[in-house]
Design a protein around this ligand. Structure first.
Ligand code: G3P
Ligand code: CA
Length: 288
C-alpha cells in the first residue's frame, strides 16, 4: 500500500522551523523563534547544549565560535559568561540581504527562557545534542518540560517532540517518560567505497534500511529524521519513505529549503520537514 501526503491525525504533516526561521533571522534567537508562528510553522526546532554550571541553552554547535562573537566550548563557560555574548551580529555580516539592526547584540536564550516566552502557545521539537558530553542533560530537560506543563498523554496536551542522533539518549528519555514522542535522527554520508551509509550504528544505505532496523526504531520512537541529500545528490526515494511509514514511523527529512525539494518530498509521503523557511513550506503544502 502507498501512503499519500499526511494531512491529519497522528500523521499530521509538520512544518518544523529549523533553529527557528533561521533563513531570515539568526538561528536560536528569539526573533528567529518568533517568526515560526508568524510563518505558520508547527514546531520550533531547538538544539540544546549545557553550560559549565548545568544550564540548558539553545545552540547548535558545542562551541560558541560560529554563532556568537566569542570563542570556546559551551561546557567550559558559565551561563553568565554565555550571556555576555552577541548571538546576532554574525548573521548580519554573513547575510546582508536579511540583516536588521535589532539582530546586533541578541543573547543566547536558555531553554527555560524559551518556555517562559512561548509557554503552551508553541510546540517544541528539541534535540539533545552531544548527550555523551553532558551527563544529566535528559533529566534536566524533562524537569523543565514538567515545570512548564509541556508533556502529556495525548496530542492535545503534548507540546514537545524530542529528537536525537543518540539512540541511548532517546531510550533514556523513553524510560523516564514514555509519553513523550521521540524521533531518531539519522545521518548518511559517503563511505570509503563511495556508498552512502548511516553512521549511527545502523548498517544500510538510505534506500535499503532493513525492516528489522525500522522495527527496532519503532520500539522506542514515533519517527525518523534524516538528511535527504548530500552535495546536491538526493539519495532518499519514495519506496524508502513508504517503507518507513509502513512501520508506522513519521518521516521528517532535514533541512529542506527549496520549493522543488519540498514538492518532491511531499510526493514521496514525508510526514513533515525541517526547514529554514517555514513560510515557503506552508505555501507549498497549502497548495498541495
Ligand atoms: O534536528 C534535525 C537536524 O537539525 C539535524 O541536524 O545538525 O541541523 O542539528 P542539525
Ligand atoms: Ca537539530
Amino acid at each position: 500500500t502507498g501512503y499519500a501526503s499526511a494531512k491529519e491525525g497522528h500523521d499530521k504533516f509538520l512544518i518544523i522551523g529549523h533553529r527557528g526561521v533561521s533563513g531570515l533571522a539568526p538561528e536560536h534567537t528569539f526573533p528567529s523563534y518568533d517568526l515560526v508562528k508568524k510563518q505558520k510553522g508547527d514546531y520550533i526546532e531547538i538544539d540544546i547544549q549545557m553550560t559549565k554550571d548545568g544550564k540548558l541553552v539553545a545552540m547548535h554547535d558545542t562551541s560558541v565560535d560560529r554563532t556568537t562573537n566569542g570563542t570556546g566550548e559551551v561546557r567550559d563557560k558559565t551561563l553568565e559568561e554565555i550571556k555576555q555574548l552577541d548571538a546576532g551580529s554574525w548573521f548580519n555580516k554573513k547575510y546582508p540581504e536579511y540583516a536588521k539592526p535589532e539582530y546586533n547584540g541578541l543573547k543566547v536564550p536558555t531553554l527555560e527562557e524559551i518556555f517562559q516566552r512561548y509557554g503552551r502557545d508553541a510546540h517544541y521539537y528539541i534535540e539533545t545534542k552531544s548527550p555523551d558530553v553532558y551527563p544529566g542533560m535528559e533529566e534536566k530537560l524533562l524537569n523543565l518540560l514538567k515545570k512548564y506543563k509541556l508533556t502529556g498523554q495525548n496530542e492535545e496536551s503534548s507540546h514537545v517532540i524530542i529528537q536525537s542522533f543518540s539512540k541511548d539518549s532517546l531510550v533514556k528519555v523513553h524510560k523516564l517518560d514514555p509519553s513523550i514522542p521521540l524521533v531518531q535522527l539519522l545521518w548518511y554520508e559517503k563511505n570509503a567505497n563511495g556508498q552512502y551509509a548511516e553512521d549511527t550504528g545502523l548498517t544500510s544505505t538510505p534506500s535499503d534500511l532493513k525492516d528489522s532496523e525500522l522495527e527496532e526504531i519503532s520500539q522506542y520512537a514515533e519517527g525518523i529524521g534524516m538528511n535527504y541529500s548530500d552535495d546536491g545528490q538526493v539519495f532518499l526515494d519514495k519506496s524508502f519513505v513508504q517503507k518507513a511509514r509502513n512501520h508506522g514511523l513519521w518521516v521528517h527529512p532535514y533541512t529542506v529549503n527549496s520549493e522543488q525539494d519540498m514538492k518532491m518530498l511531499l510526493d514521496w509521503g514525508a510526514t513533515g520537514m525541517f526547514t529554514n523557511f517555514s513560510g515557503k513550506l506552508y505555501s507549498i503544502y497549502k497548495q498541495y
